[in-house]
Design a binder for this molecule. Structure first.
Ligand code: ZN
Length: 194
């Protein structure tokens, strides 16, 4: 159903029970999803030591691999590794992390994932302060004349999507809003229409 829908990407949340207080799935499940779709597989690693698994996620079929700023002591090295494996590189930041910390890495990456809830569980409410972070990040990207996508992850609904887009977001992750709705395909259509 999702493959036939107007959704552009599959956003796949990998959780390790260490960086976040929950465990989800790993490369094996992503490989299975990869085999069912030709859409972009956007893999969001909420894990510690992502360098140990980058190659496994490439083999599983990830197109974009996003690591957490808070989980990477050598973030620049992580980004280089992801790109050298032939994937697009993303950096995610938690709600408490200011966008300014990305200043010196922004030119190296393809995507910034702004967490608009605390990572670990679906179904949480959008943190309103994220709107200001989107605007600030959009200014940073424009000032440097870069081509970096802004992705918003957590609590996206049909109600708040227009203001998130107006603030400057490019990619909206919608898990609960789509999958818990009566007609997921129609909900995707409604989100795409904004
Ligand atoms: Zn995510």
């Amino acid at each position: 159903m999702l493959d036939k829908s107007k959704a552009d990407w599959f956003h796949l949340d990998v959780m390790d029970g260490r960086f976040v207080p929950n465990i989800s799935f790993g490369p094996m499940i992503i490989e299975f999803i990869r085999s069912t779709t030709s859409k972009c597989c956007d893999v969001h690693l909420m894990i510690e030591e992502p360098e140990k698994y980058a190659e496994a996620f490439k083999k599983a079929g990830a197109d974009i691999l996003t690591v957490h700023y808070e989980a990477c002591i050598h973030l620049h090295r992580n980004i280089q590794q992801i790109k050298s494996l032939g994937m697009k590189a993303g950096v995610a930041i938690n709600p408490h992390t200011p966008v300014e910390v990305l200043k010196d890495i922004l030119a190296e990456i393809d995507l910034v994932c702004l967490m608009s809830v605390n990572p670990g569980f679906g179904g949480q409410s959008f943190i309103p302060q994220t709107i200001e972070k989107i605007k600030a990040l959009r200014r940073m990207i424009t000032e440097k004349n870069l081509n970096v996508l802004i992705e918003i992850d957590g609590g996206v609904t049909l109600e708040n999507a227009p203001s998130i887009i107006a603030a400057g977001a490019d990619v909206l992750v919608a898990g609960n809003t789509v999958l818990k709705s009566a007609n997921p395909s129609q909900t995707i259509d409604a989100l795409k229409a904004f």
